[in-house]
Design a protein around this ligand. Structure first.
Ligand code: NAD
Length: 497
């Protein structure tokens, strides 16, 4: 059967790209499986999408927020009904195992229920005025048209973190999903459309970053940009947005560490590292990429980790017994290979994995052995740079203070974790680790949607997704003064002195 052709969604119509070009979306576990043919869009498509969004915005902003919330609530119910179908499609297009893609859809459902409730909150402030017979308040206003650019690793959850708060706040949107995983964004938007979202309020333009993403960032009709992806691309996006005075939220890379102290429950820490490092095949911004182990536990912990990692089952994520799926594409495998070589040259000890899998059952996909380096020095590249693959570096350390120092001494600051039974040290870690997220006795992954999500240093530019942080980003404050004194009252001047 020929692969289905997916079109852009502009002003409520499914339309072909003006470029006349398309590209194939392939299954990373089996590249013979074509998920669909998608539009390879450029600036001309973005221009149309932004015009449609601008038009729709003028009506959407006037829809009462509780009504907007109700549409999102219905979308949550539709997503629940389609959860299994969408999860299976996501495993096919992105590769991660089914229980994780079910989690990805669930994250969109959770976000939808949360943001539906925001339809009846979006709290502002009423405050006393300094003058008599005067009323003062601050209300939240939408921004206008929001441009969104997303990565492939959470193909429905991340678009939902952006679209749903933006919509409930009254914005219209143009989204460009990652080129490797556009279908999951289509599915999310389909649920919104079926729930009654008016035409043009969300527009999808598919294609590659410089061709279809950059024009969104540059467009004068786009008021705000929300980007999730690499720090390298985020820097470009942030610079262009700043030149055009756009609000811009950047969520970028990570080099997350789990600290394991001598007093930790090692069984628990081991389960945490396996899940944190090899869940989503290590391709999470919050993936555990470093494990900093205190010297008393170091040898035993490393040996047990290597044993467990070498037994992980790698394969097609649609097989429920598989624990680790493929990487997303050929380049990502090449990056992992490059870092494994670098680690070897730097003198780290390769104790598990280290190679792309090439047995016949793996020959059509992008599979890589789950890999463990031990005896890693914290200054090595493999301990400093984001790899985004199934590789974990175990770093020995002397004591708690040193562990915190190593954890902090990287360019990124997204997620972090510590395993200890010492409550004092746990609280010092909560205070002293420089990251947006810290887990105690749990791995670096597993964010919940109603808490702020984001990081410090090269991970972010100060905004947060999730919960109230998202409402803050997708609204701007307006202060309103109502003077009912019937005379001119001058602030700071008519002080009554
Ligand atoms: P990427 O930066 O290569 O691409 C992200 C998106 O940006 C894609 O849609 C891409 O097409 C687009 N893009 C590329 N060049 C562009 C340009 N010049 N202008 C505009 N858009 C452009 O990242 P990726 O490989 O898709 O995702 C992996 C990265 O995302 C990792 O670094 C990971 O840590 C990060 N990430 C961060 C978070 C977070 O919330 N902090 C979450 C998930 C992933």
């Amino acid at each position: 059967m020929p692969a289905k052709i997916y079109k852009n969604l502009i002003g409520g119509e499914w339309v072909e790209s003006r470029t006349g070009q398309t590209y194939e979306n392939l299954n990373p576990a089996d590249t013979r499986d074509v998920i669909g043919i998608f539009q390879r869009s450029d600036k001309s498509d973005v221009d149309e999408a932004v015009s449609a969004a601008r038009k729709a915005y003028e009506k959407w902003r006037l829809v009462p927020a509780p009504r907007r919330g109700e549409i999102i609530y219905r979308a949550a119910q539709i997503l629940e009904e389609r959860k299994e179908e969408y999860a299976r499609l996501m495993t096919r297009e992105m590769g991660k195992v089914l229980k994780e893609t079910r989690g990805d859809v669930q994250e969109a459902i959770d976000t939808a229920y949360y943001m539906a409730g925001e339809g009846r909150r979006q709290f502002g402030a009423t405050v006393p005025s300094e003058l008599p017979n005067k009323f003062a308040m601050a209300i939240r206003m939408p921004l206008g048209v929001c441009g969104m650019i997303t990565p492939w690793n959470f193909p429905m959850a991340i678009p939902s973190w952006k679209l749903l708060p933006a919509l409930v706040c009254g914005n219209a949107c143009v989204i460009k999903p990652a080129e490797d995983t556009p279908l999951s964004t289509y599915n999310l938007v389909q649920a919104l459309t079926d729930a009654g979202l008016p035409s043009g309020v969300v527009n999808i333009v598919t294609g590659f970053g410089p061709e279809a993403g950059a024009p969104i960032v540059e467009h004068q009709g786009v008021n705000a940009i929300s980007f999730t992806g690499s720090s390298e691309v985020g820097r470009i996006v942030g610079e262009v947005a700043a030149r055009n005075f756009k609000s811009c939220s950047l969520e970028m890379g990570g080099k997350n560490a789990i600290i394991v102290l001598d007093d930790a429950n090692l069984d628990l820490a081991l389960d945490g590292v396996l899940w944190g490092a090899f869940g989503t095949t290590g391709q999470r911004c919050t993936a555990t990429s470093r494990v900093i182990v205190q010297k008393g536990a170091y040898r035993q912990f490393s040996d047990r980790l290597v044993y467990r990692v070498s037994r992980l089952k790698v394969g097609n994520g649609l097989d429920e017994t598989v624990e680790v799926g493929p990487q997303i594409n050929e380049q990502q495998v090449a990056t992992t290979e490059k870092y494994v070589q670098i680690g070897g040259h730097e003198g780290a000890k390769l104790e598990a994995g280290g190679k792309a899998l090439n047995k016949p059952e793996y020959s059509y996909g992008w599979f890589f052995e789950p890999t463990v380096f031990t005896e890693v020095d914290p200054r090595m590249k493999i301990a400093q740079e984001e790899i985004f693959g199934p590789v974990v570096s175990v770093i020995p350390c002397d004591n708690f203070e040193k562990a915190i120092e190593i954890s902090n001494n990287v360019p990124y600051g997204l997620s972090s974790a510590i395993y200890t039974r010492d409550v004092n040290r746990a609280f010092r870690a909560m205070r002293d680790i420089n990251a947006g997220i810290t887990y105690i006795n749990a791995p670096t992954i597993g964010a919940e949607v109603h808490l702020p999500f984001g990081g410090t240093k090269a991970t972010g530019n100060g905004h947060r997704e999730g919960g109230l942080g998202a409402i803050d980003f997708y609204t701007q404050w307006k202060s309103i003064y109502v003077d009912y004194s019937d005379k001119l009252q001058r602030a700071q001047i008519d002080t009554g002195e």
